[in-house]
Design a protein around this ligand. Sequence first.
Ligand code: ADP
Length: 630
Amino acid sequence: MSEAEILKRYWGYDTFRPLQADIISSVLKGQDTLALLPTGGGKSICFQVPAMSMDGICIVISPLIALMKDQVENLKARGIEAVAIYSGMGKREIDILLDNCIYGKIKFLYLSPERLLSDLVRTRISYMNVSLFAVDEAHCVSQWGYDFRPPYLQISAIREIHPKVPMLALTATATQFVREDIISKLQLASAQVFVQSFGRKNLSYVVIDEEDKYKKLLSVVRNVTGSGLVYVRNRRETSEIALFLQRNGISADFYHAGIEKEDRFRKQELWKNGKLRVMVATNAFGMGIDKADVRFVVHMDLPESLEAYYQEAGRAGRDERKAYAVLLANHADQLSLKAKSIDHFPTVDEIKKVYHYLGSFYQLAYGAGMGLTFGFDLADFCKRFNLGVMKTMASMKFLEHDGYLTLSDNIFLPSRVMFTAGHEDVYRFQIENAGYDPLIKSILRSYGGAFEQYVKINEFEIGKRVGLSANAVVKMLGTLQERELLSYLPQTDQPQLSYLQPRRDFIHLDIDVKYIALRKDIQEKQIRAVLAYAGTPVCRSVQLLGYFDEPNAPKCGVCDVCLAEKKKEDQADLADRVDFEIVTLLQSDKLSVEDLITGIKSGTENEKLERVRELLDGGKIKTDGKYYYL
Ligand code: ADP
């Protein structure tokens, strides 16, 4: 089957988008490739199609677990075998999936980067017939990028396992410098680089300096029709602004990572289907949500980098129809962004403290903890030890960088069980403990295969079936686990924190000070770029593209700066035309002000009077108090 046939057969699309075909053919030639496509440009097709035309399995590294799960579901729905492995899964569960990748018909293995740190995973990969390595969000490998993830540096190590397998690195944002860094960190050999322009012709970037942001927001929401997204800085503001919009008769809701999973999903679906018009959210919203007809994205505050801004604003207008990216920023915001960046930078001592508190939080003894994974509730942790959220998050990044731990993004893992004892032992237990018999029977009946692998269960449903509360079921499952009959992994919706090294004491905790200085430097540069963007009266698109190393981009003609320029030009044009008419009229006759004004065809009455006044002041026309003449 040709690549075009694969595209048609599995995805139902007739043609490739710009650059997709070039990228695919480069990969199929076995070349290392770096592809820069804007968000929504269709990056996944670039590795999925070639992988389908090659023998073996494609290993995809992706940092966003929600996105990874989406893609796996998506592939499965198209009849393609795919699996994902990320933090928080049990060791046995991972074992089984990896085995399937070696012996089964699985075409795609999605891995979150911290999984690459494990010997188990690396060893299994060495047994796999790998066709292609795809690295999504490849800018995460560069500490110069805006979202550096230390485990990404492990990717080059898996390359050594299969040196002949080509690698395709994909990203939606990378300056020239970051591109080169990606090529070097991923050890791409004579990489083919494909870059699609980051210009978005249908997107009108607007920056508004406004004290009353609520009022301005309301006017944007009222003047633009269709769905929109409003980004705010913190969780509290999401609900405040949603409420404000609701009070003004606008269908709006809020979203942040602290909301229960079911609720989050429900809100997201309502917005996606157009039943809810405006979503007010923190930056936790949007990643991996594929909604084409978003008409506006409003930022209520200055973003922390232009990379992040480009990504978030770029969620508007993916259907290529007219859309707006509005940034509301006043002078006070500029000052507070500068202050915030300094405020949130942890010192070495603060980083050490966070590490120490984590040890207490999980009640780990010194020397213990290596390889252990815990659900991490940031809000709870910060409250318990009276820490600032931003500073704590920043500290965790440094601890990650220094190899002490890793932290995944939010993930939802349903409850799972697997019997660890044999059929006979379980049967004997059932007979000896009649109280447990209905529960065990129910699991065996409703969730097949629980002796071979982990199966997803729902404690509530089991409870209903056997006439117990969900809590009672959880307790009994706990007991069964203690008796070593089964392994029970309760559901979680939290980021997963893994200790990569045994817990250390204060003295033996080394923090890379140079790296802190480097991050500070990078952050300052990013903030300077944001401030320049908001404060410079140059076409917004030219500025953004310039930042992403597309020099000499044409003016967009639709941003606030271009529109203001156009208005000025139009006004100058109009003045010229009115002046010309006045002089022509007066050439043939003296006229009263009324006759003169009626005689002029261009402009409004005010504009005409204004020009008459100007010409008088400049001595180009004269008046005796009653008539005007040359
Ligand atoms: P990205 O990862 O670049 O943000 P995706 O890979 O998620 O983008 O693709 C964005 C959307 O475009 C998806 O809905 C995808 O199915 C669609 N798409 C990708 N390639 C094509 C194509 N050649 N023709 C039509 N639609 C496509």
